[in-house]
Design a protein around this ligand. Structure first.
Ligand code: HEM
Length: 398
């Protein structure tokens, strides 16, 4: 009762910040343990297959000109729902459109993003002052998850604690027990908050990566056919291992190059001691926060020649072996902060991209506009729209 009251009156960013600590990282990391990854991969693969078949049969426009943003948002969200709470979502008749509309996204809070980049310390005050305004946009998302948690708990009681569900994320959260107190479960509020962090960290970046991937492949048809050939050749190899797609070198190189060209904005660290930076000739004093801009690292010709060119070959051997250490850290690095969703993101992005390329050939259309905010700087947020030509390939098997 108290939990649902808190959730109703909680603002999105306060909700986010309240669990944005090391403890929530530990719980989130449980979702992506190797033993769960097989299931996640299966779910992703199934959603991609069903999505493409349905899209081709019912939604592909006659002129083949597609707003890529809508396609990627729906595809990524369906994959995430399938991994998170597939049965509960359908049993409660929740609306996927409203869920997409209300999912936590930085895109919806540009003012906050800008402030957090320019004046990080002001962000907390902004959150306190404007939290309620921002929060309304995510209400459907928060209410839906609250309902699903309650629904699943009631099912568990009805079934004497037995969950007739595969281990979706919701069930993994419900089964989670704090290390130090074996019988202490996560509260409703904690579970909703964890889903909030999970969706905020993953939904928008994954949509952005897929959008920019098909855009770049449309711009470079030779790269596109090379990727297609690699995928078709892999299909011909008889293998029982679904994960073989994750090992394909060119698919991996394409994804890495997208992550390099369209990185997330920045990360930060606090100096634990005085640190001298020899190149800059300055000392960062102990206790000072340092913002690291991924774009200025990845778009620096010192580390990546011709950095604005989309060239996956820089991530193929032997070129990749000559990269400067830590010049490319798409999911962060270090022992304390890192991206807990790295494995999940790679599985989703590789499977989705592979299925897209095997189904369609992407072409630049007359209405395609370069989705950059400035001349060469990519928009770090989802482009509002991006039109591309989707030409159905022949002999597709879904
Ligand atoms: C394209 C996909 C993604 C990219 C490029 C990405 C990238 C990053 C980066 C660069 C960091 C900062 C790491 C550091 O400072 O060392 C990070 C942190 C994080 N990521 Fe991801 N990530 C992606 C997807 C995901 C997914 C699918 C999840 C799933 C839950 C996730 C959850 C997190 C979390 C919880 C953090 C820690 C946030 C913090 O403490 O500041 N990410 N991610």
């Amino acid at each position: 009762m108290r939990d649902s009251y808190v959730i109703k009156h909680m603002t999105d960013y306060r909700l986010y910040m309240s669990v944005h600590n090391k403890y929530s990282m530990v719980v989130l990391a449980q979702l992506f343990r190797p033993e769960n990854m097989k299931l996640i991969e299966k779910s992703t693969e199934t959603v991609c297959r069903q999505f493409m078949a349905n899209y081709v049969d019912h939604h592909l426009p006659a002129d083949g000109i597609v707003n890529v943003r809508h396609v990627m948002q729906e595809l990524v969200m369906k994959i995430m729902i399938q991994c998170s709470f597939p049965t509960s979502f359908s049993e409660l008749n929740l609306s996927i459109d409203q869920f997409i509309e209300s999912a936590p996204q930085i895109d919806k809070n540009r003012r906050l993003l800008l402030t957090s980049v320019l004046i990080p310390r002001l962000t907390e005050y902004m959150i306190a002052a404007y939290g309620k305004v921002f929060g309304k946009k995510q209400q459907y998302f928060i209410d839906s998850i609250t309902k699903m948690v309650g629904h699943r708990r009631r099912q568990l009681i009805d079934n004497n604690g037995f969950a007739d569900k595969s281990k979706d994320f919701l069930q993994l959260f419900l089964d989670y027990r704090h290390n130090k107190a074996a019988d202490k479960e996560l509260t409703d509020y904690e579970i909703v908050s964890l889903f909030y962090v999970c969706y905020l960290s993953s939904y928008e970046p994954m949509c952005l990566m897929l959008m920019m991937a098909v855009y770049e492949l449309a711009m470079k048809p030779l790269v596109q056919s090379r990727l297609y050939d690699e995928l078709i050749a892999a299909d011909m190899l008889v293998t029982n291992d679904d994960s073989s797609i994750l090992e394909l070198p060119f698919l991996n190189a394409v994804l890495m190059e997208i992550l390099r060209k369209y990185p997330l904005p920045l990360t930060n660290r606090r100096a634990k001691e005085d640190v001298f930076l020899p190149d800059a000739g300055v000392t960062v004093p102990k206790g000072v926060d340092v913002e690291l801009s991924f774009i200025s690292l990845y778009h620096n010709s010192r580390y990546f020649t011709d950095p604005y060119d989309f060239n996956p070959d820089r991530f193929m051997a032997p070129a990749v072996d000559n990269q400067t250490q830590h010049s490319f850290i798409p999911f962060g690095c270090g022992q304390v902060v890192y991206c807990v969703g790295e494995r999940f993101a790679k599985v989703v992005l590789k499977h989705a991209l592979a299925k897209l390329i095997k189904t369609f050939e992407f072409k630049v259309a007359d209405s395609t506009e370069i989705p950059f905010i400035f001349n060469r700087c990519p928009d770090i947020l989802l482009p509002k729209s991006l039109n591309l030509g989707f030409k159905l390939r022949e002999n597709i098997k879904f």
